[in-house]
Write a protein that binds this ligand. Sequence first.
Ligand code: ZN
Ligand code: ZN
Length: 453
Amino acid sequence: MKIKKLFLFTVIFIFSCCLAAQASNLWLSLRATGTPPKGWVSNIIFAFSGSTRREIAVLPLNVIANEAKQSYKSKIAALLSEARNDQKTVRVRIFSLQNLREFIIKPSSKLEVSESGEKKPVFLKTGEKTEIKGSGDKIFLKSKSGVKTFAGVIYIKSKSPLIVRSGGRDKKIYCNLKVSWTGKNLILINRMPVESYVAGVTDSEFSFSGSTEAWKAQAVVARSYAVACMGRHKKEGYDFCDSTHCQNFRGLSSRDSAGFAAAGQTKGLILKYKGKPLSAFYHSTCGGKTAEACEIFTEPADGIESIKDFLEGKTLCRNSPHFKWKSVVSKERLLSALQSDELSNPGKFLAKIEVPVRGKSGRARMVKITGEKVKILPGYQFWLILGNNLGWGEVESTWFDVKKSGNDFIFEGRGCGHGLGMCQWGAAEMGRSGASFRQILKHYYPEAEIGNI
Ligand SMILES: [Zn+2]
Ligand SMILES: [Zn+2]
């Protein structure tokens, strides 16, 4: 009776999987394996895959048996969701801060270059170093085999990751690259699976040792931000740039990196607020309290709130070099930075800087600049203007006091970065103290829940 039941369940399960896979435009293949007693098949491997027919989800028969008591529909839904997630891709503009006119590509397998879907691709040999250059209205590919000319857009594909070099820096990228020549610079857009992006971002944004749980928290946060903010540069034809404007992405992770492991161990997990992916902001050091969303943005950001970065009698990020800071900026440098933007330009001279309005955490919500004219602007804008002109090491956050002393302005403050969401120094400390990645995320995003993409 038991065997009969299992057989019937398996048949229903396979049939349902076939229907569901077909409805989702996925392929379903089945493979029976195992060396069971008396000739019984003990495992059926389910493999859902898309157009590439990549094997992306497996389900042995013993798992099906365990699932027999539960609804098979929910299991199918979970499998399909995993299959779909594996196929999600993200378009990242690489070398986004450089004004690129040429770069070098080093393929480790055969390279396929095409102008568009209509034209026949040109194949470049394995390992053949190729220079790609924009000039006039054309793109030139120069290798040992000679020079080939293309119109303004090319697509490069290969079977394995590519190494691209610009300005003496190598970047390992996914094997799907679109190169456009605007007449002034080359735009490189790399399409890759979301999980590869998350691993790369985690390795680029996090660098703390001593806690794999903190790394896992960072991977979930990076994935949440990616899913919630997908298409941030949609108008420009890609999803994210590779700078800290979006999330820093230095390239694909190597398989032995901490970011690769953290992304794999948290695969598909994101933070959600009221069922929706959370824009999980994070920063280096909060200085004791994270920021309230309205201290940075004019509108409230759902699921982000100010918390005390304090646990068991200690401020978590106390060991950060950015926990407390002091910066002396000469009046001339400060005036010239403020003059760069109409929002902050006080005219010919600068007399005083004040913080008339502070937020819940103590950060400057408004800054008043008195000179030839009086300017009042949001503290966040003030911080961005100074950062862009003086560098980010002078006024490290919007949590500061400022006073004039002779010919100088003295800023004394706390924390580094916008202060929203997870404080990385604090997360690393929590992880080292034995907290799990779920506890770390609960501490920094108390209103959010962890769920699947
Ligand atoms: Zn960006
Ligand atoms: Zn902190």
